[in-house]
Every structure is written in structure tokens, then in C-alpha cells.
Ligand binder design. Structure first.
Ligand SMILES: Cc1cc2nc3c(=O)[nH]c(=O)nc-3n(C[C@H](O)[C@H](O)[C@H](O)COP(=O)(O)OP(=O)(O)OC[C@H]3O[C@@H](n4cnc5c(N)ncnc54)[C@H](O)[C@@H]3O)c2cc1C
Length: 863
């Protein structure tokens, strides 16, 4: 007779993993009075520090920081022996934590969770293990690690080798003695770089097979840094709080020095200081722009390469060890102890797999195209299927049978890296889309665990049983994660951050690079807004406040914060002269503008006297189409210098001559002076196009803000006057009407540089109320028939957004071809901040493409 199947054990929560994450999660869930079962395929607690026992394994975040902070008593009871503790010491620490809080009682070791299915009816997860256990739980929490799934080997013949084989990620507990052996290490990531110097001490012959050289800096290990210890001793909680609200989870003072503007002496001094400190966040933070600006990054990378060359005696080996195919920091940099020096030892050799690929591993060694290496042992330091590997291995099935791998086929999609839509009550600790591997993970883990525990507590208090993100909130977060990555150099690298080390893995930037503090704030804001973007259900019904937590481009919000910190007075409280002086002072701090072929200043006649203009000619052979450009500044502010970076950018990207015109300003010359000057400038430029290096008949107008206003007006006047012919009008966040009751004036009226009160201030200086409905002030009110094709740019966080949209709608209704460019996540001013706001670059590229499209193909003209 068949034994009746045992009813599955019931728990409130199942936790997968007993490393840093799982242990703390278990602790917090127990505090809430929940019944919990944890599993780990390892034989004991420790996670990363249980498995990675290779020689030289250490943390690369100072141990004073890479530690739990949730219990001050725990901190008093444990003292780290070194700046960077070794694996055995970190494992001892985690064992100590497990014992101190009696956590082992709820953990089943040497047991893997193999499947997890959501039962929608019962509102429970069904969990199965490789030991045949079946469980039911309400909350399923993967604390399964970002770097816990070793990457599978993709080298031919690996199973043929008759010698000893070791994986750094699954190192034998009894250790390995390589004395007298010929050893190969394959891989020069962090594990390879840490283990190679120690393996070299024992082996008679060591061959290192390197696919990609990595940047590594000396750890200068020793006692824990005295300044850190002193700070901790003085005020532990202040120190821990500073870490929680820091960019990387370690309290370091971020710099505002830019590599592109720093003198050579300053650059060298900052590098030497960071080098001396031997800390990742120091060397990654030499310049504020080294993660986003190739030129700045190169300064740091060159100095590291210089160090490698100064250490390694053989120039050819040194060259092979110098990373050249990625920007510094876009792959995880390493901290080492004597790594590069190891290559000076006579029995150590480096093989570049790009020049000399492995053809096969054989019974007794490694074969390459032109050489055979006889071996006694091979060490694979080949890395991990990072961030998603362990999650995909269980491949949970959510609502309607949707599997996680199916959902994530094109890359992971999460809300805050904590949850994913379609998988109720399924939480990830340091999941993709959270700071995780880019941060001090001890800090990030505590934050995630605390968030989850607090969320479950809130749910209990409010009578909810399930929680799940909405598709809208998740898509918004995914977009934000991508936006943050896109402004950095990271997506250019073939790194494990990008999934590039695992064949077939989608190429997506996996972690959140906005920073630990910014991320923490987003998580807190979600809770403060009644769990924005989460749907919670319970016997009493459902609650969901749907929405997107971060819509602004990350660099735009950073600049807004910086500006807010300067405490500048609102512009509308100043006189025009004071406002002009403030703008001029701000312009002085801008980075260098793009190079163009030629820049010349000149004067052109205008209705009220001569008008200064600046002409930008592309470097390519002319003649070129011509764009007459009008700067922004509410008809009161701005000049040729204020919009110089934008004009250069437009010139380079659209390959057109730009003629930037300094029209008359209010209050000295009120309405309709600016509009009249704009039309006159268009007429003069059209008449002199050939002399200016332009193609006669190929003239467009462009303008930003108030400049967009007079550009639109100039088009209407040209149509009415029967010429000149205008090929197109580019209106960047233009003023098109004097009616300030449209919703964007309320939604975006304050906090985004251009405010609604400031718009009133501009109008008051520019035009009498009676004139404001004149079509030369409010082109939206004019006749829009027969106007040239338009490109209208609108920004999400702009009081003028609806002005632009209304004009685009009206032009289209009148039969004009309109290209709409939405500057997603931008303000009125951010799109034009060339060299400052990186996320504006794709928008400006689209604008330039629109400009080019105004003109017939230059190739068809025989250029
Ligand atoms: C060599 C190395 C050095 C590192 N150094 C640092 C450092 O200096 N600073 C830093 O911030 N981070 C470092 N990290 C990252 C490190 O992984 C984290 O700091 C941290 O240890 C992660 O803890 P965790 O509990 O989230 O995951 P892990 O420690 O990876 O633990 C996850 C556990 O889940 C178990 N598991 C996974 N799937 C299943 C399953 N299906 N069933 C059962 N069990 C499962 C695994 O066996 C593992 O034990 C390092 C990583 C490595 C590999």
C-alpha cells in the first residue's frame, strides 16, 4: 500500500540562503513573531564566506564597514583583526552571529530549494527541496545571493583532465597544498587576483590564463584604519547612519572635482592619495566625473596602467596586464596584495587567451593553438552568473503559471529590486535593480531586509495578506534603473554587471547605480506614499496607489539638488540686471563646450540698430544648410554666450551653420522688439546665406524657450511676407501663449528652475497685458496655415510643457508636419545643458536629426 503523502509543513515565511542576508532576514522575521524556515545548500551558515575558501579570499570593503549594524551590542562583542578580514574570519563572524541569536534552529543545511509555485487560490507559495520536502508559506524570500551561482564552464575538454581540479567558488574545506605542482589558474577577476600570489608561493610552476586584464590596486592591508575606528568609537550610530546615507554604503566624502578641469598636479595628488588609502571607493572617487566622462576616466586609468608597468619587469607581460578594453570601474576593480609583483617570479607565466586561445583541455594539461602546458592542477576562477543566476535556478512560477525565467527572458524586471509583478509575496534581497553589488553589501542587505520586515509588519497591522508591484510601477523603476546606467560608462563594458560573462544572457545593466542613499530614499518614499506602486489585498479588500516613484532623469535631479544647496534667491525677486549677473556667474562654472570648425562674431542690421550674431561653422566641407538660432531667457535674459554650448552642439550634430542672434531684450526694448528682430535676422541671414558659408534657400529657424517663441513668430511673419522660404522650425520648450492656466503651470510650477512666478516676471517685463494676445507674443493665437515643418520639443517637468504640446497640436491641425520630441524626465532648462546633463544628449541627438531632416540630403546636392 502506498504511504499517504504527508501534508506540507506550513510556515509564514520561507527564506532561501543563510549568508549575510538570510541570517538577518530570519532574525527580523522571528522578531515579528512569524514562523520561518530557512534553507541553504551549504553545510553551514556564511553564504559567500562558506563557499569561497580559496587562498587569499578576503573582503574588499573595509571590515569596519562590511559588518552588521542592526545591534549595537553585537558590534561591541566583535572586533575585526584587519582592515580587510580574511574569509575564515568573516565566516567565524557569521557563525558567531548565528549562534548569538540562536538562528541555526530554523535553518536546514545541505538542502537546496528546487521549486516554488504560487497558489493563487490559497494565497500561498508551495516550496519543494532536493530532499523531497514540501512546504507551504505565505512569504517566499530569496536571500540567495548575487554571487552564489558559479558560472558554468565553456571550455572544451574540461572533464578530460586527470589532474586535480579546483573552483575558487567551491574550495575544499581542508585547503589545498600546491607544493611541487604545476598549476594553472584560469581567470583574472577578483578571485584569481586574490589567489594567484598565494598559489605562486607554493607551486613550482604557475601559468595564469587571462582573457581580460583587470584593474587592481594594492589593498595595503593591515590594522583597521585608525581614523575609522576613532569615528566609530566616538559615535557609532552617527557613523553607521552616514554609511546608510552615503553613495556606496561607506562614509566617504564625495568630491566635486572634475577630471576634465583638474590641473595635472591636482589630478596626480588626488590619485596618489587614493592609491595610498587602498580602498575601492577612494580610487573610484578621485573625480566626480570619472564614471561618466571618458576623458576623466582615462586620466585615472592611465595612472593605474603606469603603476602596473612600473611594477612588472617584463614589458610584454606588463602590457598584457594593462586593461585597455574597458573604462576603469566599469568592471569591478580589484584590491590585491602583491598581484602584479607575482609576475616577476621566474616560475610564473601569463598567457593571453585572446592571442593564444585554449583549444582544449586534455588529460594532462591545457592545449593552445601553438603550445601545450603540462599540468598537475587547474584552478578555475571563472566567476559567477551574477545577480540572476540563483534566482533563475529555482525558477519560481507566479500567477497564471508565469515562470520567472520566462518573464525575465529579455532581462530582469523588478520594482526596487525587491519584488516583481506577477509574483505576489515573493521578495528578493539585493535583487537586480537594487544597489547590491555596486555597494557595501552589508549595508544594502540590512536595508532590504529591514524594508521587507517593515512591509510585512505593516501588512499585518492593516490586515493585508498579499503584496505585489503593479506593472506601471515596475516599468517605471526599470526605466529609472536604465536611465541611471545610461549616463555612466558601465554599459560600454563586457562585464558581469552587464551579464556579458555568461553566453546567451541578455545584455542588461543589472544593478542600480543611483547610489545607496538615493535608493534608500526611493524605498522610503514608496512607503510614505502608502506603498506607491504596490497592490495589497486582504480579506477586507484591496488597496493600491499606482504610480511611478522616480520619473526625473537622475542627473537632472542631482543638478536640482546641487542648485537648491546653493541657496540662490528666486530669480523673480531680482532686478533684470541682478538676474543677468547671476546667469553670467553660473555660466563661468560650465565645462568646456564642444569644438566646432569655426566660430566668428559679427553684426547684422536690425530694425532698432545693429544686432550682434555669432556664427558656428561645422568642420566638414561646406556649403551647409543654415539655422538661425534665438537664445532663451524670457526675452529679458540670455545672450550669445549663454547658449554657446547648445549652438556648438547643434552645429556639430546637425552639420549645419548656426547663426545665433542676440536680439533686443526687455525691459530696455519691450514687445514687439524681440519678435521684429527675429524676423529681420531671418531675412538678413537668408539674403546672405552664401556669404555665410550656407546653401541659399536652405534656412531653418530654431529657438529655445522665449527664443522658441520668436522663432515661431518669425515663421508666421515670413509666411505672411511671402518669404524668405523657411525649411523648418525647431522649437525647443517654447513659449507659445500667454495663457498660464494650462495644467503644466500648476504641476510643474515650482521646483524645476523655470517657475510659474518667474514666467509672470518675464511677461511683465516683456509685454503689456493688452499686447499678450498679439500673435507676435502668443504665436498659438495666430493663423497656423501654411507654416514650415516643425520639430517641437517638450519637457516633462516644465511649466511650458503644455505650451509646446498645444502648439504641436495646433500646427498639426493646420496641416503642418510636426515631429514631437519628448524630453522624458527633463526640466525646461536641462535639455540644453550641454556637457552637464548627460541624459540630455540623446534628446539633443534627436533634435539634430530633426534639423537635418528639414533639409534635402546634402549628398543629393553633390556634397
Ligand atoms: C569572493 C567574494 C568576495 C566578496 N567580497 C565582498 C566585499 O568585500 N564587500 C561586499 O560588499 N561584498 C562582497 N562580496 C559579495 C557578497 O556576496 C556579499 O557581500 C554577501 O556576502 C552576500 O550575502 P547574501 O547572504 O546575500 O548571499 P550569499 O552570501 O551568496 O548567500 C546566499 C546563500 O544562498 C544559498 N542558496 C542559493 N540558492 C539556493 C537554493 N536554491 N537553495 C538553497 N540555498 C541556496 C547559497 O548556497 C548561499 O549560501 C564578495 C563576494 C565574493 C564571491
Amino acid at each position: 500500500m502506498n504511504k499517504p503523502a504527508e501534508a506540507p509543513e506550513q510556515f509564514d515565511a520561507v527564506v532561501v540562503g543563510a549568508g549575510f542576508s538570510g541570517l538577518y532576514m530570519l532574525y527580523r522575521l522571528r522578531q515579528l513573531g512569524l514562523t520561518v524556515k530557512a534553507f541553504d545548500s551549504a553545510g553551514d551558515v556564511g553564504g559567500t564566506w562558506y563557499w569561497n575558501r580559496y587562498p587569499g579570499a578576503r573582503c574588499d570593503i573595509p571590515t569596519t564597514d562590511y559588518t552588521y549594524s542592526f545591534d549595537p551590542e553585537l558590534e561591541k562583542e566583535w572586533t575585526w583583526s584587519e582592515k580587510y578580514a580574511t574569509q575564515p574570519e568573516i565566516l567565524d563572524y557569521l557563525r558567531f552571529v548565528a549562534d548569538r541569536y540562536g538562528l541555526r534552529a530554523d535553518i536546514e543545511f545541505s538542502t537546496s530549494v528546487t521549486s516554488a509555485h504560487w497558489d493563487e487560490q490559497g494565497k500561498r507559495w508551495s516550496i519543494a527541496t532536493d530532499r523531497g520536502a514540501q512546504l507551504r508559506c505565505r512569504y517566499y524570500i530569496m536571500a540567495s545571493g548575487c554571487l552564489s551561482m558559479p558560472k558554468s564552464l565553456d571550455i572544451k575538454g574540461t572533464d578530460r583532465f586527470a589532474g586535480k581540479v579546483y573552483f575558487t567558488s567551491q574550495w575544499p574545506h581542508e585547503g589545498v597544498d600546491f607544493t611541487g605542482q604545476r598549476v594553472a589558474v584560469i581567470g583574472t577577476g577578483s578571485s584569481g587576483i586574490q589567489s594567484i600570489p598565494l598559489i605562486a608561493r607554493q607551486a613550482t610552476q604557475l601559468t595564469v590564463f587571462q582573457r581580460t586584464p583587470n584593474f587592481s590596486v594594492p589593498a595595503h592591508n593591515g590594522p583597521a584604519p585608525a581614523d575609522r575606528l576613532a569615528r566609530l568609537a566616538q559615535d557609532r550610530e552617527e557613523y553607521r547612519d552616514a554609511a546608510r546615507w552615503s553613495p556606496g554604503g561607506v562614509p566617504v566624502e564625495p568630491t566635486d572635482i572634475l577630471g576634465v578641469t583638474a590641473s595635472e598636479t591636482v589630478a596626480r595628488e588626488r590619485f596618489e592619495e587614493a592609491w595610498k588609502q587602498g580602498q575601492l571607493f577612494s580610487i573610484l572617487g578621485i573625480f566626480a566625473d570619472q564614471g561618466v566622462n571618458p576623458a576623466s576616466n582615462k586620466i585615472v586609468a592611465d595612472m593605474i596602467r603606469e603603476r602596473i608597468r612600473s611594477v612588472v619587469h617584463d614589458p610584454e607581460t606588463a602590457d598584457m596586464l594593462c586593461p585597455k578594453d574597458h573604462y576603469f570601474g566599469t568592471k569591478r576593480p580589484c584590491l590585491d596584495t602583491g598581484y602584479f609583483e607575482t609576475y616577476n617570479l621566474p616560475h610564473v607565466r601569463l598567457v593571453d587567451l585572446r592571442r593564444q586561445p585554449i583549444t582544449s583541455i586534455t588529460e594532462d594539461g591545457i592545449d593552445t593553438a601553438d603550445e601545450f602546458f603540462g599540468l598537475d592542477a587547474i584552478v578555475y576562477a571563472t566567476g559567477f552568473d551574477a545577480m540572476t543566476g540563483a534566482l533563475a535556478a529555482v525558477n519560481a512560477t507566479g500567477r497564471d503559471g508565469l515562470s520567472l525565467t520566462e518573464k525575465w527572458a529579455a532581462g530582469p524586471s523588478t520594482y526596487l529590486g525587491l519584488m516583481t509583478a506577477g509574483f505576489p509575496n515573493f521578495f528578493m534581497i539585493t535583487g537586480p535593480g537594487s544597489p547590491s553589488v555596486l555597494s557595501n553589501m552589508a549595508v544594502s542587505i540590512e536595508q532590504h531586509v529591514d524594508w521587507v520586515a517593515d512591509c510585512l509588519k505593516d501588512m499585518g497591522a492593516e490586515g493585508f495578506e498579499t503584496i505585489e508591484p503593479t506593472p506601471l510601477a515596475e516599468a517605471g523603476w526599470d526605466q529609472h534603473v536604465r536611465d541611471c546606467g545610461a549616463i555612466t560608462l558601465h554599459p560600454t563594458a563586457n562585464s558581469w554587471y552587464m551579464g556579458a560573462n555568461v553566453p546567451g544572457k541578455p545584455r542588461v545593466f543589472l544593478p542600480y547605480i543611483g547610489g545607496v542613499s538615493v535608493y534608500r530614499q526611493a524605498c522610503d518614499d514608496v512607503v510614505a506614499q502608502d506603498y506607491l506602486g504596490f497592490r495589497r489585498t486582504g480579506p477586507g479588500g484591496e488597496r493600491c496607489r499606482d504610480g511611478v516613484i522616480r520619473r526625473m532623469q537622475p542627473d537632472v535631479s542631482l543638478v536640482l539638488q546641487l542648485m537648491a544647496g546653493l541657496g540662490m534667491p528666486p530669480m523673480e525677486t531680482l532686478s533684470p540686471d541682478e538676474a543677468r549677473a547671476m546667469m553670467a556667474a553660473a555660466a563661468e562654472t560650465l565645462p568646456p563646450s564642444p569644438e566646432v570648425g569655426e566660430v566668428t562674431d559679427g553684426m547684422m542690421p536690425g530694425p532698432g540698430g545693429e544686432l550682434p550674431y555669432r556664427l558656428y561653422r561645422p568642420a566638414s566641407a561646406g556649403p551647409h544648410p543654415v539655422v538661425v538660432y534665438f537664445h532663451g531667457g524670457g526675452w529679458v535674459l540670455g545672450n550669445l554666450d549663454s547658449d554657446d554650448p547648445l549652438c556648438r552642439d547643434l552645429c556639430v550634430q546637425s552639420d549645419a551653420v548656426i547663426v545665433s542672434v542676440n536680439y533686443r531684450h526687455a525691459p530696455e526694448a519691450r514687445f514687439p522688439a524681440a519678435a521684429e528682430d527675429a524676423f529681420a535676422a531671418l531675412q538678413w541671414t537668408a539674403a546672405h546665406a552664401g556669404e555665410l558659408g550656407g546653401i541659399p534657400g536652405q534656412i531653418a529657424v530654431a529657438g529655445w524657450s522665449a527664443g522658441g517663441n520668436i522663432a515661431a513668430v518669425a515663421c508666421q511673419l515670413a509666411r505672411d511676407a511671402g518669404g524668405p522660404h523657411v525649411s523648418g522650425q525647431l522649437l525647443i520648450t517654447p513659449v507659445t501663449d500667454s495663457d498660464m492656466t494650462r495644467p503644466s503651470y500648476t504641476e510643474n510650477g515650482d521646483g524645476y528652475v523655470l517657475t510659474t512666478p518667474l514666467m509672470h516676471w518675464f511677461w511683465d517685463y516683456y509685454a503689456d497685458p493688452a499686447d499678450r494676445s498679439d500673435r507676435r507674443a502668443a504665436p498659438l493665437r495666430g493663423n497656423l496655415d501654411g507654416l514650415p515643418p516643425a520639430c517641437v520639443v517638450t519637457a516633462d517637468f516644465d511649466p511650458l510643457r503644455d505650451d509646446g504640446l498645444a502648439y504641436a497640436d495646433a500646427l498639426e491641425a493646420a496641416g503642418t508636419q510636426v515631429r514631437r520630441v519628448r524630453a522624458r524626465g527633463h526640466t525646461h532648462t536641462s535639455v540644453t545643458m550641454v556637457g552637464v546633463i548627460i541624459s540630455g544628449a540623446p534628446v539633443r541627438a534627436e533634435i539634430a536629426a530633426a534639423l537635418r531632416d528639414f533639409f534635402p540630403s546634402r549628398t543629393s546636392l553633390g556634397n
